[in-house]
Ligand binder design. Sequence first.
Ligand code: NAD
Ligand code: TYD
Length: 378
Amino acid sequence: MKRSIVITGGAGFIGSHVVRLFVNKYPDYHIINLDKLTYAGNLANLKDVELRPNYSFVRMDICDFDAFHALMQREHVDGIIHLAAESHVDRSIKDPFTFARTNVMGTLSLLQAAKLYWESLPERYEGKMFYHISTDEVYGALTMNCPEGVQPPFTTTASSTQHHMAYGTEFFTEATKYNPHSPYSASKASSDHFVRAFHDTYGMPTVVTNCSNNYGPYQFPEKLIPLFINNIRHRRPLPVYGRGENVRDWLYVEDHARAIDLIFHRGTPAETYNIGGFNEWKNIDIIHMVVRVVDRLLGRSEGADLDLISYVTDRLGHDARYAIDSSKLQRELGWEPSLQFEEGIERTVRWYLDNEEWLNNITSGEYEKYYESMYAGR
Ligand code: NAD
Ligand code: TYD
C-alpha cells in the first residue's frame, strides 16, 4: 500500500463520510478507522465499505497512548486525520470532564505517540501529516448587527452556491483570536493549541481546519437537523432554544469531506484553513424549511406540523452567531461548497426518511433516556 492512514472517529458522522471518500478514492491507501464506539460511533455508517481490502477498523480509545503507539509501529502509519471527539455542546454543559479527557488529553496522546514513532524513523517527519479537524466554535460568537440579513461584503468564487444572507458584518477568519464559550469549544480550542505547539516545538507537520456546522446523512439525532426530522416524523415537540434567532453557517457534510481530502494532500503544513458554506441561517428559518420538506415527503399537508414548534429555555451561554469566511481555502486550493442549502436539506430529509431502520436502531433503548433527561424541565 502506498500510504497507511489512521482516521480517528471514523464511525461518527463526519468521520464516516471521510472514511468512505478515502476508501473509494484511494484503493492504494490502507485506511484504518480508529474509533472507541461511544454512543456517537456506529459501524452501520460504513456498511458499504467495511469489506474493502484497503479498509480496517480498530476499536480503540484515543487516550490509550500505548495502544496507539503500537498501532503506528505495526501499521507504519504516515498520516493521521483526527476527528474523534465528544461533539455535542449540550452534553458538554452537563459533563465537561468527558470533553476535556477525550478532546484535550486524547489529542495530546495521539500527538505524543505520533512524535515518538515518527522521530524514530530515519526520514523522521518527511512525508508525514497530522491533520486535526476543529470547529468554528473556538472563535466564540459574532454579533448580529443586521438581523434581517444582508449581502456578505467579501467576494467569493462560490457565488453559485452561496446563500444570499449574512446576519452581521464580521466573519471568522484564520486570524480571528480564539474566544471559546462552551466547554465543548473550550476543549476543542485547547486541542488546537496542542496541535500547533507540536509543530512549533518539534517540527511535526500539522494542519488544523475550523469548519462550520455540518448536516447530512448519518448525523446522530441529538443535533438540530436530524433530531427535528425524527421528531416531526413521530409528531413529537420540536424544542427551539430561546427565540430561535441564533445563526449558524451550514455546510453539507460531503463538501466538508472533500475539503479534508484536498487539505490533507495539498494543504501547507502549519497552516490553518477555515471551511464554511457561506450559508448563514437562523435556526427558526431552518426549522420551518425542515418541517415543510418532511411534511411534503411524508404526504402530509405542507406546514401542518409547524404547530409542533415549542419554544423552550435557552441553552446556557448560547452563542448568537457563527459565520465563517472560507475564502482562503477557495483562493489557495480552489475548494467551494457544491450544494445549495435547499437541495442539501431535501437530500438529507429524504435520506433519514429512507433509512428508518438506521434511525430506529439509534433512537431505541438508551437514546430514550438521553432524550428525556436532556429535555426534562425545559
Ligand atoms: P460525532 O460525535 O458524530 O463522532 C465522533 C466519533 O468519535 C464517534 O464515532 C465516537 O465513537 C468517536 N470517539 C469519541 N470519543 C472517542 C475516544 N475517546 N476514542 C476514540 N474514538 C472516540 O462527531 P462529528 O459531528 O462527526 O464531528 C467529528 C469532528 O469534527 C469532531 O472533532 C468535531 O469537533 C468536528 N466538527 C464537527 C462539526 C459538526 O457540525 N458536526 C463541525 C465542525 C467540526
Ligand atoms: P446543534 O446542532 O447542537 O449544533 P451547535 O450547537 O454545535 O451549533 O445546534 C444548532 C443550533 O440549534 C444551535 O443554535 C442550538 C439550536 N438547537 C435548538 O434550538 N434545539 C435543539 O433541540 C438543538 C439540539 C439545537
